[in-house]
Structure formats: C-alpha cells, structure tokens
Design a protein around this ligand. Structure first.
Ligand code: KIV
Ligand code: ZN
Length: 513
C-alpha cells in the first residue's frame, strides 16, 4: 500500500462501501468481444475458475439469446458454486422467464434510457420506458429473483430521468441499481460527480458497469468505488464489446495495492486465469497489458535490472507472485553486466572475464541489430564461448557476399593470419560454400582442411531466430576439431564456426611440434 494510511484517506476523500462486490461478466459481456464465441463446456470451465478465484457474482450469459446460452447458464447454476450465478434479460417477461427456466436466482435486467436509445433503438417515451422497467422488476421479484437493474447508456441519460427510473425500479423492489457507461464516455472527474450524486440520493446498493473506449474503465471504476459504489462489473483481461470492460485483474490489484482492500479474491490465480481465457477465446493479451501481460514483470535496462536484483520493489509496484506471474530479465541492448551475470548464474555457466566480455558484447551487438535475446539464445552463446578456441591466430577481418538468381554466389573474405591480412574472392554453390572456398584458399600455405560435418540449427525457430552452426573439420595430418558459432546471419555463423574449428586445429598442430 502506498501513500496515506487507508483510514486517513477514507476520512478525508473517500466514501468506501463496507463491502465491494465483484460481478464478473466475462461469460456475457466478455463473450460479446467481436469474433469470440465460447462453447457450453468452455463457459463451464471458466465459471469454475472464476468461482475458485472468489468472485461474488458470475453473469453466466443471456439465456434468452440462444439454446447454448440457456444451457450454459443452467449447467453453471447446477454446479452449485459459491459465486451467485446471474442471467441477463431485457426488461421483457419472455426473457425473464428464460432466466427462471434456467433455475437462476439472480437476474440482471436492463433497458436503454438515453435519448439515443429511446429515440433510435426502442422508439419509446420516457414514461413507457419507466413502466416497462417497473413491470419487469415487479415480475422478476414476484417470481422470487434477486434483481439488478441497469439503465443502459446511463452516462448519456439526462440526470433527472436517470433518477426517476432508478427511483421507480427501487420502489418496485430492485436490489441493486447498475450504472452502465455503455460507450465508455466517462472520465474520473465526471464519474466522481455522478457517483457522489447517486450515492447521496439512493439508499439501494449501486453497481457500475464501465466500458473502456477511452482506456479509462479501470480509472473510472476506481473513482466510482472511492465514491461509494458497492459493486463493479468486470471481465477477465478486460474483454468485451469494442475495447472491452473494466478488467478484473486491474481493478482487484489496484484496490489491493493502492488501498490494501482485500476483496477475498485469490489474486495468485489471476495470471493463469488470464492465460486460460486468452487461450479459449483466442484473444491474446498485448505484452504491455497491466498485471497479466508478458512484460508486466519484465526488465531489460541495466539500471532497472541492477535495482531489481538488489530489491525487486525498486522497479515493481507489486511482486509477480501476488498475481501468479513471474519476473523476466530480458537481454538486449539495454542489458547491464549485472543482469547478464545473474542470468549466467541461474544457468550455472561460469565464464572467465575475457569470455564474459565476448558474450556481453555479442548480446549488445544483437540488441543493436534489433534482436531480443532469449534465455535459450544466451545459453547457446555462452556455452559456445566456453567451447571456443582460446587463441585465435586466424581472425575474420571482412566479408562481402554477392548472391542472387543470375549471378554465381561469390564471397570476398579478408582474414588476419598470424598478424598478416589477406583477402580473396571465390565462388561456390551458395554463399556459405563460396565463403568456405575463400577461407580454404587464404589458409592454403598454413594448412589444408576438409569440412567433415556441417550442421545448422535455428534457436527458438522463427525467421529472425539465431543460427547455431556446428562443424567438424580435419587437417591433412589426421587431426579433427569441432567448431561452433551463433549469429543472426547464417553465413556469418557458418564462417565463424569454420574459423573456430580451424583455429583449434592450428593450435593442435602447433602444440604437436
Ligand atoms: O454496456 C452495457 O450497457 C451493457 C448492458 C447490458 C448493461 O452491457
Ligand atoms: Zn456492457
């Protein structure tokens, strides 16, 4: 918890409700995400996970919308979960009947209230809308349902009319009134004014249902709760119509981290739930999605990693374990030596100073070329360095390649051999072959080599993967040697691997003399 003590804040600025309910609508509004459709079985699995997480209410669907929606709602209800199972219904009897037929005990009924909805969608007068809502609430109450009433598009509804309809449905027995920001037009300041006004007038519990069109759903919801809202509708990963709804993981963690409010949610399940929902819906979270994105606890910069390694709170607002996520140290051009050392330690790879410097400069060079170095890349680079020739009498000083459909592949190679630079150009069946032919010619006076084995692998797959080349070369004296190199360019990796093996052969020959 940061900033002021919660009790001081409560006294000074806030009107926090004693209990804040989490109403999850992933299975209803979340499923309205364009392109998403869940099977009954998938909905059941998500409902079970939401229940185990500890949400108070699960909106299982819109039973009147289809047989599948009906089946999912009634099957989820039959699981007898701890969470209350809710069904959505328009304010019409036939919809309410399907909620009753699904054996649900809690209904979320709604009708549009804004001028736009009245005039262009419902074509109803204000009076008719109020009487329709009241009839629906009375009918649902008469049939034993707990009732939550939503004034759809409440935030673009005239304040007076909004109060009139809420007054009427509360008189009719509504247990909760809900304020949908249907097209996400609220800002925190407007939310504060609206919720403060509503809370000072109505005694009934107030819920909010905020959409994220301007990226403000979480901020607005937090403000609503600070002003006394008793409940918020949320979805896993912030899924929902257009840009979605208030995200479950964001609001739960923000309330906990900022104010220490514990909603009885098992936050350690948030990351796995997000992954699960992402997999079932096919909607992957962007890497920078708060709380559950791949980068939520990832660090690359040297300064940040240094801080994190000393005390993770320096650059993390919460620990990844709180939400079941994990910390990631990413290697790239911002990587500092401390981060690299810590990674190598994790993999028990011991490098001397010289080897470390070489690995470090390779990582930086790859970063400068726009590559992000994965843990597998690092292991391969470090292990290759460990196995590389200790001395390099032959060094690559330059490489030029010419390749294409209408020219013979040609390589120009410049080597420094025992301090003397030499250069030549050769052709071959491909650029790798041409370069190796050029090397053979350049070292002819020094040694003759045969390439016995050439093996190329891509680390981590993908077209931008690092190439890992392993070769075995032999000389005309019967010596054999391996060579290995890793590079983001296949030809370069091949040449460096061949030179590595040649250097080793040369060292063997010289030590035999
Ligand atoms: O956003 C909205 O207005 C809704 C209603 C059905 C409550 O989802
Ligand atoms: Zn909605």
């Amino acid at each position: 918890m940061y900033g002021k003590n919660i009790e001081t804040l409560k006294k000074e600025n806030m009107n926090l409700a004693d209990k804040i309910y989490i109403f999850d609508t992933t299975l209803r509004d979340g499923e309205q995400t364009p392109g998403v459709a869940l099977t009954v079985d998938e909905k059941i699995q998500i409902a079970q996970k939401l229940d185990s997480l500890g949400v108070d209410k699960i909106e299982a669907g819109f039973p009147a919308a289809s047989n599948g929606e009906f089946e999912a709602a009634s099957e989820i209800k039959s699981l007898d979960l701890d969470s209350t199972i809710v069904g959505l219904a328009r304010s019409i009897k036939s919809d309410i009947d399907t909620v009753l037929d699904a054996d649900l005990e809690y209904i979320h009924t709604f009708i549009g209230t804004s001028p736009l909805h009245r005039d262009y969608k419902l074509k109803m007068s204000k009076e008719t809308i109020i009487s329709t809502a009241v009839d629906a609430v009375e009918y649902a109450k008469d049939h034993g349902l707990a009732v939550e009433f939503s004034a759809e598009d409440a935030t673009r509804t005239e304040r007076e009319f909004l109060f009139d309809i809420f007054d009427a449905v509360i008189d009719a027995g509504a247990d909760f009134i809900d304020i949908p920001d249907t097209v996400g037009v609220l800002t925190p300041i407007i939310t504060k004014e609206l919720i403060t006004d509503i809370k000072s007038y109505f005694k009934a519990p107030v819920s909010v249902h905020f959409h994220n069109d301007f990226g403000l759903a979480t901020a607005n919801t937090l403000t609503a709760i600070e002003c006394g809202a008793n409940q918020t509708h949320v979805t896993v990963n912030g899924m929902g119509e257009r840009t979605g709804n208030t995200s479950l993981e964001e609001i739960v963690v923000a309330l906990y981290a900022a104010y220490g409010i514990d909603l009885n949610i098992d936050t350690s399940q948030l990351y796995s739930l997000s992954e699960f929902v992402g997999r079932l819906t096919g909607v992957k979270m962007p890497v920078n999605k708060p709380i559950v994105g791949d980068n939520a606890f990832a660090h690359e910069s040297g300064i940040h990693v240094h801080g994190i390694l000393n005390n993770s709170s320096t650059y993390e607002p919460i620990s990844p374990e709180l939400v079941g996520h994990s910390r990631k140290i990413v290697l790239g051009k911002h990587t500092g030596a401390n981060a690299l050392k810590s990674k190598l330690n994790d993999y028990h790879i011991d490098l001397d100073d010289d080897q470390f410097e070489k690995v470090y400069s390779q990582i930086k060079a790859l970063g400068d070329r726009g590559k992000c170095v994965t843990d597998d890349d690092l292991k391969a680079i470090a292990l290759t360095e460990l196995g590389s020739a200790r001395e390099t009498p032959i060094k690559l000083k330059g490489l030029g390649l010419l390749s294409g459909a209408i020219v013979s592949p040609t390589a120009t190679v410049k080597l420094e051999i025992d301090g003397v630079e030499k250069e030549t150009s050769k052709t071959g069946v491909g650029p790798v072959d041409a370069a190796i032919n050029a090397i053979r010619e350049l070292i002819e006076g020094t040694m003759n080599i045969e390439l016995e084995e050439y093996n190329l692998e891509a680390i981590n797959g993908g077209t931008d993967a690092l190439a890992d080349v392993f070769v075995i070369s032999s000389d005309d004296k019967g010596n054999k040697s391996t060579g290995r190199a890793i590079n983001d360019d296949i030809v370069m990796a091949s040449i460096l691997a061949v030179l590595d093996s040649i250097n080793k052969l040369l060292l063997i020959q010289r030590s035999n003399k």
